[in-house]
Design a protein around this ligand. Structure first.
Ligand SMILES: C[S@@+](CC[C@H](N)C(=O)[O-])C[C@H]1O[C@@H](n2cnc3c(N)ncnc32)[C@H](O)[C@@H]1O
Length: 261
């Protein structure tokens, strides 16, 4: 009798550019299988959105097109499926998408985790961009916040400046609409990775959803905004991107943060 065996997944070559940060150039699906189950406090994932084009900027590019929306959602579902078991029972996942697929991804997360694990549909209101004569201008992304256990998940409400005249000059608990400007072309923070997210957004999310000393995983790392936010906020972090340029860029952002080589 012949025994069929699955080919072993290639080993992941992890690097540790600074203490507390592990990085790898790998596919999200493969890397997730190399991470210990129940070891992560927060997964933040900002994958391609299926815009139907190659996203390019001066530091690199990534492919963001699938033959159909069903193909894209299948791609996302299998990766979320291997990632959710990595979370502790106090852990959470933040899935960052836009209006193209966030409604479909919510159904996927309801299926994988149960609708009772839905916590928030966050709106990142970013301001920048053009207008349209045919519709209201699209000025926000969607961040789906799910937990593993509604009774146990860790959360520290972030404080933001109050906008009402009554509370002028005071801080108040953030709502599910996060008003944080996108990175403009002249911003010092800009490193030239397509769709780079602002550090202020990741700082708020990491501090709100991962305890100090906890571990944040970003399996679609890009320029490394999440891991920079995590290390700055005294969290450990794991970052993965299948694009070697992204991993190099993320490492160099960590180096400039800590002053190491
Ligand atoms: C939207 S960008 C992330 C941007 C990032 N949040 C930032 O602030 O720079 C998506 C990233 O996912 C990566 N990516 C796409 N498919 C992937 C896969 N299968 N596994 C790992 N990374 C992937 C791309 O190379 C790209 O860098």
């Amino acid at each position: 009798m012949t025994t069929l065996t699955q080919p072993a997944a290639p080993p992941i070559a992890w690097t540790e550019p600074v203490p507390g940060a592990r990085l790898a150039c790998a596919d999200w699906f493969v890397a997730a299988q190399a991470i210990e189950r129940g070891s992560i406090d927060l997964v933040y994932v900002d994958p391609p959105y299926n815009t139907g084009r190659v996203r390019t900027d001066r530091a690199g590019a990534f492919d963001d097109a699938w033959p159909t929306m069903d193909d894209y959602i299948d791609w996302l579902r299998v990766r979320l499926g291997v990632t959710i078991p990595l979370l502790r029972d106090t852990g959470s996942i933040l899935l960052h998408l836009d209006a193209r697929a966030s409604h479909l991804a919510r159904i996927v997360l309801d299926d994988l985790l149960g609708a009772e694990c839905f916590v928030n549909h966050l709106i990142w209101s970013y301001g920048l961009g053009g207008s349209s004569a045919r519709r209201f201008a699209r000025k926000h992304d969607d961040i789906l916040f799910y937990c593993i256990d509604p009774e146990k998940y860790w959360f520290e409400p972030p404080l933001v400046p109050a906008t009402s005249r009554r509370l002028s000059g005071q801080m108040k608990k953030a709502t599910d609409v996060l008003d944080i400007p996108a990175i403009n072309n002249m911003a010092k923070e800009r490193v030239g990775w397509p769709t780079q997210k602002p550090l202020a957004l990741l700082d708020l999310l990491v501090r709100a959803c991962c305890p100090e000393g906890g571990v944040v995983l970003d399996p679609c790392l890009g320029s490394g905004t999440t891991i920079v936010a995590a290390i700055s906020a005294s969290r450990d972090t794991i970052g993965v991107d299948r694009n070697a340029e992204a991993v190099k860029l993320a490492s160099s952002r960590l180096f400039s943060l800590t002053g190491s080589p």
